[in-house]
Design a binder for this molecule. Structure first.
Ligand SMILES: [Zn+2]
Length: 183
């Protein structure tokens, strides 16, 4: 079976140590076939978080049992008065979104039937489990409700970005290493 694995190391770690880890990992598993080294992509910018670094590495996946590494800012251990305030704001927004989603479920509407705006099907609500049309999968909630949900999500994303930017000067720069092996 083809497997991919990611590991993180502070950039201060000698690259040879990381390569040795990858080689030992690959050679002690399955049929011992996999990445033979790590291509440290130092020409790539330092990614603003692990998730962006991961997405980039996934775009390099070539099924050729390669190994790649890019850098990212790890802000997870940074804690300041400002991050505590932002964390509270994030949690409040998450809670508000959850309340809004619950309060505006199609199952709270009094009517037994609902018409899908996309495919025009008239649906009996008791046969619908979530909020989507079982025929065309369109969200059955009103545009205003969906816009409000998106508003909460945008606010959460903005707060997370603000936190990242605030933490960046104190962040640890890490290598995110991705490699493939067979098992
Ligand atoms: Zn539909």
């Amino acid at each position: 079976m083809h497997n991919g694995l990611t590991v993180s190391y502070p950039v201060s770690t000698p690259q040879a140590e990381i390569v040795t880890y990858v080689q030992n990992y690959v050679r002690s598993r399955g049929d011992r076939w996999g990445a033979d080294g790590v291509n440290f992509l130092t020409s790539e910018p330092i990614f603003e978080n692990e998730s962006k670094a991961y997405d980039f590495l996934m775009s390099k996946v070539d099924d050729c049992y390669g190994g790649y590494a890019v850098r990212y800012y790890d802000t997870s251990s940074v804690s300041t008065t400002r991050t505590k305030v932002i964390d509270i704001q994030i949690q409040k927004t998450i809670d508000k979104k959850a309340e809004w989603v619950l309060a505006h479920s199609i199952h709270n509407l009094k009517a037994k039937h609902i018409t899908c705006a996309k495919c025009s099907s008239r649906l009996n609500k008791s046969y619908i489990k979530g909020e989507k049309c079982p025929l065309c999968y369109a969200d059955l909630r009103s545009k205003a409700v969906l816009e409000r949900i998106k508003g909460f999500e945008d606010k959460i994303a903005l707060l997370r970005k603000e936190k990242e930017e605030h933490c960046r000067p104190k962040a640890t720069v890490m290598w995110l290493v991705w490699f493939e092996y067979n098992s």
